[in-house]
Design a protein around this ligand. Structure first.
Ligand code: PGA
Ligand code: ZN
Length: 421
C-alpha cells in the first residue's frame, strides 16, 4: 500500500493574475500528483470561503501565503502516512481539522488543493487516469467516446466577467448532444470565430472577457442573443437542431430589494415579472438552458419558474446550490430547478462534490461540471466530468489557455476511449 510521504503547496497565479495554490503530494513509493485551484468573481453567498492574506502590500491583499502555510504546516502533518486512495477518510480529516461550516479557518482553497491532489494521487497509485479512477471508484458510469459530456461554450461575457455593459453574465452556444465531443469543439470554434468577424464588421468591441468570450458594448442583453443567432445563421449549423443557446443570468449579483434592472426593459422587474420576461425570451429563441435566474435566497421565484419552464428547459442552480448536498436537497424538496452546476471549490472537497453529483443523478437532474472565471491550466475537471458521466461541461469559450487546457484534455480522453474500446 502507498502512503502519503510529502505534501508541498506553493503560490502561483490564476488567469486573472491573482495568486492561487498549487499543491503537490508524493507517496513513499514514488507516485506524485499536482492540483491547482480556481477562483470565482460572482461567488455565491453560501460558498465555502477561500482564504486570502488581506496584506495590501502584496497582490492587493489577494495573496494566499496563509493558505499555503496551512497546507505545509498544519494539513501536511495530519495526512502524512494516510493511504491516498482513502478519499473519504482524507476529506473527513480535512473537514475535522478546519472545523468550520464554510472551511474559512484553513481556507477552502487550501483544503481543496489537498483533496484534489490526493484524488489524482489515488488514480496514479492505481496506474489509472483520473477519469478511469473516478468511474471505477464511484461506479457512476462506464465512459465511452460517444458518451462524453456536451460542452457549453460561453461566447459572450457580461456581468462581472465582461468589460462591456451587459447585465447577464454569460451567453452560451450549446451543440446538440448527439455530436461527438470533437465535432462539438470544432463547432464551438467556428461560431467563436464567426462571432468575432461579426463584431468587427459592426465596429463593436471584440476583446475578450474573463472566460474567453467576447465582451462587447451593446444596447441590451437581447442584442447579445441576436449576435449569437447571427453567428449561427452565418455558419453551416442549424439553430435549435445542431446548436442551441443558453444564458447564465448570475442574478444574485443583479437583484436588489427584490427587483432586477436590465437595459432590455424600461422598468425594474420583480421575480415574477422577470420570470415572464425569460419565458418570452425562451419562446422567441428556444433557449435550452437558463442558469441562476433568481437570487440564492429567493426559493419561491425558483419554484415558480421551474413549474413554468422546467419541462421545456434546463433550470440550472449555481449560486443557489453552491455544489452543497444540503442545498441540493432543499432544491429537490421545493422543486426549485432541474440541473446542477458543479464547482468543487464551492464546497471544498472532492468527496463532498461527488456526493452532490450522486444525489443529483439519483433525482434525474442534469449535471454540469464547471470551471471558475479565474482559473488555471488545471485540467482535472475534464476527468471528473467524464468519470462521473456528467451531461455537460462549462469551460468557457474555446479561447484562452486555461479554458482550452480543459477542452484539450477532453479531446485526449475521447481519442483514448476510441483507441481502447
Ligand atoms: P464565477 O462565474 O466563477 O465568477 O463564479 C461562473 C458562473 O457564475 O457560472
Ligand atoms: Zn453561474
Amino acid at each position: 500500500m502507498s502512503t502519503i510521504k510529502t505534501v508541498y503547496a506553493r503560490e502561483i497565479l490564476d488567469s486573472r493574475g491573482n495568486p492561487t495554490l498549487e499543491t503537490s503530494i508524493w507517496t513513499d513509493d514514488g507516485f506524485g500528483a499536482v492540483a491547482s485551484i480556481p477562483s470565482g468573481a460572482s461567488t455565491g453567498k453560501y460558498e465555502s470561503k477561500e482564504l486570502r492574506d488581506g496584506d495590501n502590500n502584496r497582490y492587493n491583499g489577494m495573496g494566499v501565503l496563509k493558505a499555503v502555510a496551512n497546507v505545509n504546516l498544519i494539513i501536511a502533518k495530519a495526512i502524512i502516512g494516510l493511504d491516498p486512495q482513502k478519499q473519504n477518510d482524507i476529506d473527513q480529516t480535512l473537514i475535522n481539522l478546519d472545523n468550520t461550516q464554510d472551511k474559512s479557518k484553513l481556507g477552502a482553497n487550501a483544503i481543496l488543493s489537498v483533496s484534489q491532489a490526493c484524488f489524482e494521487l489515488g488514480a496514479a497509485c492505481n496506474n489509472l487516469q483520473s477519469f478511469q479512477y473516478t468511474s471505477q471508484k464511484y461506479g457512476l458510469i462506464n465512459p465511452t467516446a460517444t458518451r462524453m459530456p456536451t460542452p457549453i461554450f460561453n461566447l459572450i461575457n457580461g456581468g462581472r466577467h465582461g468589460a462591456g455593459n451587459l447585465q447577464f453574465q454569460e451567453f452560451h452556444c450549446i451543440p446538440s448532444s448527439r455530436k461527438l465531443f470533437s465535432e462539438s469543439l470544432e463547432m464551438g470554434t467556428e461560431l467563436y470565430h464567426l462571432l468575432k468577424n461579426i463584431l468587427i464588421e459592426k465596429k463593436a468591441i471584440h476583446s475578450v472577457g474573463d472566460e474567453g468570450g467576447f465582451a462587447p458594448n451593446l444596447f441590451s442583453n437581447t442584442d447579445a442573443i441576436e449576435l449569437l443567432v447571427e453567428a449561427i445563421e452565418t455558419s453551416q449549423f442549424k439553430i435549435n437542431d445542431d446548436v442551441y443557446m443558453g444564458l447564465d443570468i448570475a442574478a444574485s449579483s443583479l437583484f436588489s430589494n427584490g427587483k432586477i434592472t436590465i437595459t432590455d426593459n424600461k422598468d425594474p422587474m420583480n421575480g415574477e415579472q422577470f420570470g415572464a420576461f425569460l419565458n418570452d425570451l425562451y419562446h422567441k429563441y428556444s433557449l435550452l438552458s437558463i442558469e441562476d435566474p433568481f437570487g440564492e435566497d429567493d426559493w419561491q421565484s425558483w419554484s415558480n419558474f421551474q413549474a413554468l419552464m422546467g419541462k421545456q428547459i434546463m433550470v440550472v442552480g449555481d449560486d443557489l446550490l453552491v455544489t452543497k448536498k444540503n442545498r441540493l436537497k432543499q432544491a429537490i424538496e421545493t422543486n426549485a430547478c432541474n440541473a446542477v452546476l458543479i464547482k468543487p471549490n464551492q464546497v471544498g472537497t472532492i468527496s463532498e462534490t461527488l456526493q452532490t453529483i450522486k444525489l443529483a443523478k439519483e433525482n434525474n437532474m442534469s449535471v454540469i461540471i464547471s470551471h471558475r472565471s479565474g482559473d488555471t491550466e488545471e485540467d482535472f475537471l475534464a476527468d471528473l466530468a467524464v468519470g462521473t458521466g456528467a451531461d455537460f461541461v462549462k469551460f468557457g469559450a474555446p479561447g484562452r489557455g486555461e479554458r482550452v487546457a480543459k477542452y484539450n484534455r477532453l479531446l485526449y480522453i475521447q481519442e483514448f476511449l476510441q483507441n481502447n474500446q
